[in-house]
Design a protein. Sequence first.
Length: 479
Amino acid sequence: MILLLIAVPMLLAFLQLIPSVGRRRHWFLPVCLLALASVGVPFILGNEGLRQPLFRTGVGIEFWVGIDSLGTVFGIMVLGLWVLATIYALGYLGKEKGRGRFFFYYTITLGVTLGLAFASNLVTYYLFYELLTLTTYPLVVFTGTKEARRAGRVYLFFSFIGAALALTGAFLLYSLVGSWDFTGGGIVTAEAVVADPVPYLISFTFLFAGFGVKAALLVFHHWLPRAMVAPTPVSALLHAVAVVKAGVFGILRLVLYVFGPAALSNFPMEYFYLWVGATIVLGALKAMQENVLKRRLAYSTISHLGYIIFGSLLLTSAGVRGSVYHLVAHAFAKITLFFSVGIITHETGCKKVSELNGIGRRLPLTMIAFALASFCLVGLPLTGGFVSKWGLISGGLTSPHPFLAAIFIFGSMANALYLFPAFVRAFFRHGDFTPNPRGESNRAMLLPTLSLAGLAIALGIFSGWPLSLARAVVSSVFP
């Protein structure tokens, strides 16, 4: 069943190239993905601990897949969001040329991302991590413009750097430990690190930097704002579900399931705090300066990915819980923001914050969804962001360095400064926009956007079940 969850989207992807299927894509693809999610989610929840071989090589390298608590969170998030994202993409592209090619890569990326969720050791994760680069590159350059091709080259350049760093770190780790398995609490012992810390620190740094490329850590972040030339459904995919979250998910695996808190507590973590903290601050400051909506959201993503990574590096149960919860809360809020911007651009042609004066009269529901998602990212009460940031701040306060909680407080204040001006202009500034008697957008785009905005709020109001999943991750790491 694990293999089917990975393989079925890939089969659906190839069906998109058949003309007769393409003519029915507007209902066939969402129905199939909804059925996959309906079967997959209960299976994932009921089979934690299941593990099986994917394939073995003649040189002793084994690829395994399985289900654990962290993979459960990521897998459910991916399955749920992809259904709504596909419906939105169908409405966004309409009858645009090249839709079959677009949905081929869009759907095959789902299978690859689920492979990441269910990878049971580091070498399997690396396999799907590199496949993700190959399947998302055509989406980044889909428009075929000179700017898109340039962005694609930058994306590949940084991705290959990350691949080289991660692979080097992985083989160095294997030479030290003799294993690549993901195990709650880590496979590296504190005693081994104390006895000979340098090779372990080098391995961790290489892996951290390798996954940090897709997670858009400082120095490696330049590809992400450039990739905003891609269609909005792709931008949402990059930022909320697949690419950047693959980098963050890889770092969570590295910190919690490969090295583990006991071993990492013997490393000079202050250097990693400085690196990730600088990423959070830079992303927030650049977002405040950026006028183009999609690029502002791109820098916002850089900052928020830093929250997730920073929370895990605190090596406290509260920090890990907040980190895992923010992985999900950010996904729902950020995809809502990108979908809202896609509707704004699609319906009015506006691409900049300064052009939004009075647009709330033309797109009231869209801008309400934008506002709700903004509230979630800022961390206002009754939103998913409040629950996650409460955990992150608590994790900072209970760590050996309580002042680290200030980075999350700064981030929330900065979020308000670069997100609130958009809907304030939309509803409280005079502009030339007038209501459209035909409605504000086609339903295929509007309904997923409103649904995701509601879910971003529901994560704060009905947080019991999602929190139980986050606590299960904590329990597996801190037995």
